[in-house]
Ligand binder design. Structure first.
Ligand code: SAM
Length: 188
């Protein structure tokens, strides 16, 4: 078990919810690290929907999955995650977001507050009762603070009778360490 950074926390918490055969979503495919992690969790009978607005990211993701022999478990979708409800039916066990720009890619093509909030809202509607929405949020550097601040103010006002929103912040790390946020449904 590792809690050293936002991505490690994200993987740890998602792996506690996802079971073989599940359907899950990678909302930001990028270089395919999280997609590969998810296809391994859902196994042969599961499905991963992976979104990205950049064709090159989806190609990179496809290559990673192909090399691992698991490409058929994924559906790669060239569309913004804010449109995920058009592609995915409700009842998914997990939706993962890794915001920011594509490492090694064009740093001007990063996730934006308005579409990120719309996508998180969609993800919260799509998860099953025991599902999880997991966010890794970056700030500072090329992306600034606008997205982090907008996401956190949106998340702070989410109805606490419907969802629990937990913020993981490395308060002893220097500069602006990535944050992890988990969102789960409250029991009915
Ligand atoms: N999860 C990835 C991995 O494991 O390699 C890293 C993701 S990277 C930090 C963020 C990705 O989000 C970029 O590839 C970028 O193109 C993508 N992105 C930006 N806006 C998006 C949107 N509206 N919908 C879907 N993807 C978007």
């Amino acid at each position: 078990m590792m809690y050293q950074n936002a991505v490690a926390i994200s993987h740890e918490l998602v792996s506690r919810h996802v079971r073989p055969g599940d359907t899950v979503v990678d909302a930001t495919a990028g270089n395919g690290n999280d997609t590969l992690f998810l296809v391994n969790l859902v196994g042969e009978l599961g499905k991963v929907y992976a979104f990205d607005i950049q064709q090159c990211a989806l190609e990179q993701t496809a290559l990673r999955l192909e090399r691992a022999g698991v490409l058929e478990r994924a559906r790669l979708i060239h569309d913004g995650h804010e449109n995920m409800k058009q592609h995915v039916t409700p009842g998914v066990r997990a939706v993962m977001f890794n915001f920011g720009y594509l490492p090694g890619g064009d740093h001007s093509l990063y996730t934006r507050p308005q579409t990120s909030i719309a996508a998180v809202e969609a993800a919260m509607e799509l998860i099953s009762d025991d599902g999880i929405v997991m966010l890794a949020i970056y700030s500072g550097g090329d992306t600034g603070f606008a997205e982090r601040d907008a996401l956190l103010s949106y998340l702070r006002q989410v109805d606490n009778h419907s969802y629990s929103v937990l913020l993981h912040d490395f308060i002893n790390y220097p500069n602006c360490p990535p944050l992890a946020v988990s969102i789960t449904r409250c029991p009915k």
